[in-house]
Design a protein around this ligand. Structure first.
Ligand SMILES: [Zn+2]
Length: 227
């Protein structure tokens, strides 16, 4: 997959978490560095932590990554801006190898202050955990929606964790659940990555399936901002 992404001509890549398979050992991130080498040679790569990651080990292997690091205690929070689009990359890692995720009060407070004070570029938030009320999802998902709702510059939230590829809308926000890059939980789901083209009006998502259900490989889903 990495050579395919590297050859895609994309200006940047984002990996939405669970960078490691289980407990985020130092060797896992060393392997990731090696696997990602074709991509990191071709474009900036931003990385988000998931429930199978280990923050200190990750930062040991990747002391710098794409974006500007934000001062949120014990969280890896980054902001990237490119061509009139702002990406806010949140950290929902609560504890390594514990399934649910949490942003926590300090990160939610930082996000509220950031959204209120930053010049209002169209903004996409990226977080690892699923935004549902399931036990293994983001435990403070409703509080995240409370923070985001008053700021219409936030157009979309991208997330993963469920190993499901789908787009739905809530409160005028486009919720984009990205597919898994490693393995699926259900045979109906693809394994792969999504090539995205962003405009002022929305984003075109083209599925690049490399495993699982590849029936929708190459199909583009046009997502239009609803606010
Ligand atoms: Zn996960």
């Amino acid at each position: 997959m990495a050579p395919q992404v590297a050859a895609s001509g994309a200006t940047a890549a984002i990996i939405g978490g669970d960078l490691a398979r289980l407990v985020g050992g130092a060797a896992d991130y060393a392997a990731l560095r090696m696997l990602l080498a074709p991509v990191t040679a071709a474009m900036p790569v931003a990385m988000i932590l998931g429930n199978h990651d280990h923050r200190a080990n990750f930062l040991g292997a990747f002391p710098t990554s794409a974006g500007v690091s934000q001062k949120v205690p014990n969280k890896h929070v980054m902001v990237l801006e490119h061509s009139g689009l702002r990406l806010v990359l949140l950290d929902s890692l609560l504890a390594t190898d514990v399934t649910p995720g949490q942003l926590g009060q300090a990160q939610r407070t930082w996000l509220a202050q950031h959204l209120a004070s930053a010049p209002p570029l169209p903004t996409a938030i990226v977080v690892h955990h699923t935004l549902t009320d399931q036990d293994g999802a983001l435990v403070d998902a409703e509080r995240l929606f409370d923070v985001v709702r008053p700021h219409p510059q936030v157009k979309t939230i991208l997330y993963g964790h469920s190993h499901t590829y789908e787009v739905r809308e809530r409160d005028g926000l486009q919720l984009i659940n990205l597919p898994a890059v490693g393995y699926n939980f259900a045979d109906t789901q693809p394994v792969g990555w999504v090539d995205s083209i962003w405009t002022d009006e929305g984003v075109d998502l083209t599925l690049r399936a490399i495993g699982g259900n590849q029936a929708a490989n190459g199909q583009t889903t046009s997502v239009h901002w609803a606010r």
